[in-house]
Design a protein around this ligand. Structure first.
Ligand code: CA
Length: 226
């Protein structure tokens, strides 16, 4: 299980963010001060540190520097209300891998978290296979029961996102953020159209109870593992 250390002293940000991370299957630990976050991070066992820049005790920049002095493996995503470029550069200099300005949309932040973990974990090239569906990222190829099928770009990305969270519900917002980037398509039928094209191509159009991809109405989609 992917372990995330969330260092954020603002409860109004930490609570919903922690819930969102938990829903996506991450194991989350919250620390509210710089010294506590640093101690946890150095204790090890975490894959990602989400680090608020303005923490009491020791600020996020210093936490980041000290973490980097001891470990190059922990991914660090910095959060800050200060969005000017100076802070951005200083944050990256301190060893952060990425940077999100407050306020942020949860779906956007989750997409950044996944992208970061993929980059750090080298997961981009790893093959995912669920049931009879096999996705080979290096070859950008999809096989269904051993037969290669041709997917358009968005259909491929859609399938990739679902497979990466196989067995878990992926929210519509998350899918839109990951597959369509910053374009605001909430309320549009784009996602549903692509989902129906994807279903057709992977042969997932039988009785609803037997479908590989389950629609959770108003929430999102889940690709089933059995
Ligand atoms: Ca703060």
């Amino acid at each position: 299980m992917t372990a995330v250390l969330l260092a954020e002293d603002d409860e109004a940000i930490a609570a919903p963010l922690s819930r969102a991370l938990g829903r996506e299957g991450y194991d989350v630990t919250i620390e509210q001060t710089g010294p506590a976050a640093l101690e946890q991070a150095l204790a090890g066992g975490y894959d990602l540190l989400i680090l608020d820049l303005g923490l009491p005790g020791i600020d996020g920049l210093e936490v980041c520097r000290q973490v980097r002095a001891h470990s190059s493996e922990l991914a660090v995503l910095m959060l800050t209300a200060r969005t000017d470029e100076v802070d951005f550069v200083v944050g990256l200099d301190a060893g952060a891998d990425d940077y999100v300005g407050k306020p942020f949309r949860l779906a956007e932040l989750m997409a950044r978290v996944r992208a970061l973990l993929r980059r750090r974990g080298g997961g981009e090239g790893s093959v995912v296979e669920v049931g009879g569906i096999r996705l080979e990222p290096a070859a950008r190829r999809v096989l269904v029961n051993g037969t290669e099928i041709a997917l358009a770009n968005k259909e491929y990305e859609l399938l990739r996102v679902l497979l990466e969270h196989a067995g878990h519900v992926v929210s519509r917002d998350t899918i839109l953020a990951e597959v369509w980037g910053g374009v605001d398509l909430r309320g549009s039928k784009t996602l549903d159209m692509h989902m129906s094209w994807l279903r057709r191509k992977i042969g997932d159009e039988g009785p609803i109870a037997k479908r590989r991809i389950t629609t959770i109405r108003g929430v999102g989609f889940r690709i089933n593992t059995d």
